[in-house]
Design a protein around this ligand. Structure first.
Ligand code: 5GP
Length: 115
């Protein structure tokens, strides 16, 4: 069964898509943590960061390049932003289709890792 992000990529579920090419789709998070909160998602399914293969290295680099380009487009480059990939239970991953969070538009404070 297709995961929720596959359905968004296929156009079967609505999303505010801000960028798309043959490798990635980027759309606004439904529950934004900051004024800019965009998810950059590979078009092919990679469930978690643990599943990244050597042949995926250019794709992962492209995801980061798209993130920085979108940060420029959003006007948050100079003030700064945070890029996050959550992995599995301890990382707080909820959707098992690799995604890069681009979060910014306000001071984000220290990266909190609770003890
Ligand atoms: P994770 O915790 O897996 O790193 O992040 C999953 C993110 O996907 C969450 O920030 C959540 O708000 C977002 N999300 C979950 N379902 C949907 C959806 O249907 N549409 C959009 N646009 N974002 C979603």
């Amino acid at each position: 069964m297709a995961n929720i992000f596959e359905k968004i990529i296929a156009g079967e579920l609505p999303a505010d898509i801000v960028y798309r090419d043959d490798q990635v789709t980027a759309f606004r998070d439904i529950n934004p943590a900051a004024p800019t909160h965009i998810l950059i998602v590979p078009n092919k399914v990679i469930p978690t960061a643990n599943d990244i293969q050597p042949e995926d290295e250019p794709l992962i680099g492209h995801m980061i390049y798209v993130a920085k380009s979108l940060a420029e487009k959003e006007g948050i480059s100079q003030d700064g932003y945070r890029l996050i990939i959550n992995c599995n239970r301890h990382g707080g991953q909820e959707v098992f289709h690799l995604h890069l969070h681009l979060i910014g538009g306000r001071p984000l404070g220290p990266m909190v890792v609770r003890k």
